[in-house]
Ligand binder design. Structure first.
Ligand code: WWL
Ligand code: ZN
Length: 262
């Protein structure tokens, strides 16, 4: 068991290929979204992405040691249409963020620009028996990425952040005993997105994700960005604040990122 965590042990993400050769694969994530090279695909607009969430689908929140994770039984939370050829069921959401006073934090970048944080809503293809069966299949997962930008407070996300103090260490988990609809975390306009075939952004880096990156960021307050860093993780020097839990962009290789908008 590696001392510390995957971002801080050894050389971090640049060393992941030693244990996970797929890290240098053909459809890795995240990537930089060069808006001069994306391609509008009218088919994406013709068959709109359908995102359904419910009030009763979020059951618990856990400290995974590299992020928080709100876990769902997926009831009433399904994704279909757009780039997807089948129905995907919601499994969990988590986030990635940067350091105090830094501009980095997101995993995907847009024209080389980072956002301070990025939310991932993970869904699995219901053509497979369950999440575990889907995770390593080429069409197994669909992840909606929502950029966070500093602005007005987001009270909904604040309800989730209020639980952070209850999950101080890796493996700590508490039930969510209030209604929380993950749809609250969608940006006002969720019609405009980019999509491409990629991977998990943490080991095991399976090339199983259809990425759906929302163009419009979600506003949260600067304090809320700071609260992300009050989560704790193990480091080679003991337990400390969790931040810089993001993989920087990797080469796009032979892929075109499609846009749902012109
Ligand atoms: N950052 S990301 O959205 O790409 C991501 C990384 C890991 C997951 S997973 O928890 O679904 C998972 C899937 C397979 C094995 C272990 C965890 S989702
Ligand atoms: Zn993620």
């Amino acid at each position: 068991k590696k001392r510390g965590n995957i971002y801080l042990s050894g050389a971090g993400p640049s060393a992941w290929h030693e244990e996970y050769p797929v890290a240098k694969g053909k459809r890795q994530s995240p990537v930089d979204i060069n808006t001069n090279k994306t391609k509008f695909d009218p088919k994406l607009a013709a068959d709109p992405l359908t995102i359904r969430f419910s009030d009763s689908c979020c059951q618990s929140i856990v400290n995974t040691g590299i992020s928080f994770q709100v876990t769902s039984n997926g009831a009433g939370c399904e994704l279909s249409g757009g780039p997807l050829d089948s129905t995907y069921q919601f499994a969990q959401f988590h986030a990635h963020w940067g350091a105090y006073l830094k501009t980095t934090g997101s995993e995907h970048t847009v024209d080389g620009v980072s956002y301070p944080a990025e939310l991932h809503l993970v869904h699995w293809n219901t053509k497979y028996d369950d999440f575990k069966d889907a995770v390593d299949k080429p069409d197994g997962l669909a992840v909606i990425a929502v950029f966070f930008k500093r602005g007005k407070e987001h009270p909904g996300f604040g309800k989730i952040q209020d639980l952070f103090s209850k999950i101080p260490a890796k493996g700590a988990k508490v039930n969510i005993d209030f209604e929380f609809n993950p749809g609250l975390l969608m940006p006002p306009d969720s019609e405009n997105y980019w999509t491409y075939l990629g991977s998990l952004t943490t080991p095991p880096l399976y090339e199983s994700v259809t990425w759906i990156v929302m163009k419009e960021p979600l506003e949260v307050s600067v304090e809320q960005i700071a609260i992300l860093r009050t989560l704790l993780w193990e480091t080679p020097n003991g337990v400390s604040q969790m931040y810089n839990n993001f993989r920087p962009p990797v080469p796009l290789r032979d892929r075109v990122i499609r846009a749902s908008f012109g």
